[in-house]
Design a binder for this molecule. Structure first.
Ligand SMILES: O=c1[nH]cnc2c1ncn2[C@H]1C[C@H](O)[C@@H](CO)O1
Ligand SMILES: [Zn+2]
Length: 359
């Protein structure tokens, strides 16, 4: 029996891997594009929504990433960044998310003359305005930023410095994203070294479009605290016809050290990292009790929400609310926030919230 969407929406959820520039409302894109004179592939909201999903579903991460040119084009001013951030929070809260880390790359938002600091502060204020609007309606949500450095570019050290500067002002940590093949994370050692020296937290997109070497570099050479996707860790697990699965040394390390996997099922199917939701490695990784979390990656490109991602995996793997609670506690434990807050989130929000739903 799969879990209904309504129960999933009512459940308190934690979102760790969600791109701000991949989560705009189509209506907002259309309105802002008209303001800045950016030409879109469609000007009807439903058509534009369909265009994003179809264009992002080619089986190639590089083609998937090309769709972001239309969201980045309308996120170049303080007013627009503020609005997109505010709506992002309101949409998460409407879906029952209680804690989220919103990632985006400040270096991609400077085309109209913003400084990186102005951009970070506009997003900070927009996130806070969204949280306040939710509080006014009786919903509590915390959303903090993850500042992303683009792996093909050379701004990562500067972005890492920004993440440290704003660590007590709404920034939870740092991330590296963009096309994976040909752009190893070790190109950004300077940034990672700076973060580590400053006791800051970071995740790295790894093991999505490229396999084990990328995961190994992210963990053992860069020192990532979490893996963005990390789904290809499956390549280091052998499932024999008889007997238990066998883990290679890297998979064993990931499991033993409780490295959080920010899995994004729909996105993985669209980029070809998994052939279908039913065949997604989340099934085996969950059976083996890896630190699995479920995420959206990009709500717009996948036409999804966190509740819908859960609905898909519940249906494919026959998970129930107890399983969703387990994924959610995994995510809360893995958040880049203080131990005290994570504990409070688990004990005072997540467990009672699921208990009310009978889990
Ligand atoms: O799944 C992804 N893999 C690698 N890069 C990604 C993914 N989703 C979004 N991005 C890129 C495109 C965005 O412009 C950037 C910052 O959010 O991160
Ligand atoms: Zn991502």
């Amino acid at each position: 029996m799969s879990v209904g969407l309504e129960a999933l929406q009512a459940a308190p959820k934690v979102s760790l891997h969600d791109h701000l520039d991949g989560g705009l409302r189509p209506e907002t894109i259309i309105e802002l594009a008209a303001e800045v004179g950016h030409e879109l592939p469609a000007t009807d909201a439903r058509e534009l929504r369909r265009w994003f999903v179809e264009s992002a579903s080619s089986g190639s991460l590089v083609r998937y990433l090309e769709t972001f040119k239309h969201t980045l084009a309308v996120m170049q001013t303080q007013v627009h960044l503020h609005r997109v951030a505010r709506e992002f929070v309101e949409d998460l809260a409407a879906d029952g998310v209680v804690y989220a880390e919103a990632r985006w790359a400040p270096e991609q938002h400077l085309l109209s003359g913003l400084t990186p600091r102005q951009a970070v502060e506009a997003v900070r204020d927009g996130l806070e305005a969204g949280a306040q609007a939710c509080r006014d309606r009786g919903r509590t949500i915390i959303v903090r930023q993850l500042l992303t450095g683009m792996r093909h570019a050379s701004a990562s050290r500067e972005i890492a410095e920004l993440a440290v500067d704003y660590r007590h002002d709404g920034v939870a940590g740092f991330d590296i994203a963009g096309a994976e093949a040909g752009h190893p994370p070790t190109r950004h050692l300077d940034a990672f070294d700076y973060l580590k020296r400053n006791n800051a937290y970071f995740t790295v997109h790894a093991g999505e479009a490229f396999g084990l070497p990328s995961i190994w570099e992210a963990l053992q050479l860069c020192g990532a605290n979490r893996l963005g996707h990390g789904v290809r860790i499956i390549d280091d697990i052998t499932v024999p016809d008889y007997g238990p699965p066998r883990l290679g040394d890297l998979a064993a390390y990931v499991r033993n050290m409780r490295i959080p996997l920010e899995l994004c099922p729909s996105s993985n199917v669209q980029t070809g990292a998994a052939s279908s939701i039913a065949e997604h490695p989340i099934g085996l990784l969950t059976d083996l009790r890896f630190r699995v979390t479920v995420n959206c990656d990009n709500q717009l490109m996948s036409d999804t929400t966190l509740s819908r991602e859960f609905a898909k995996v519940c249906e494919a793997f026959d998970y129930d609310l107890e399983d969703v609670r387990w994924f959610t506690i995994n995510a809360a434990k893995s958040a880049f926030h203080s131990f005290d807050l994570r504990l409070a989130l688990i004990e005072e929000v997540i467990k009672p919230g699921f208990a009310r739903l009978g889990a």
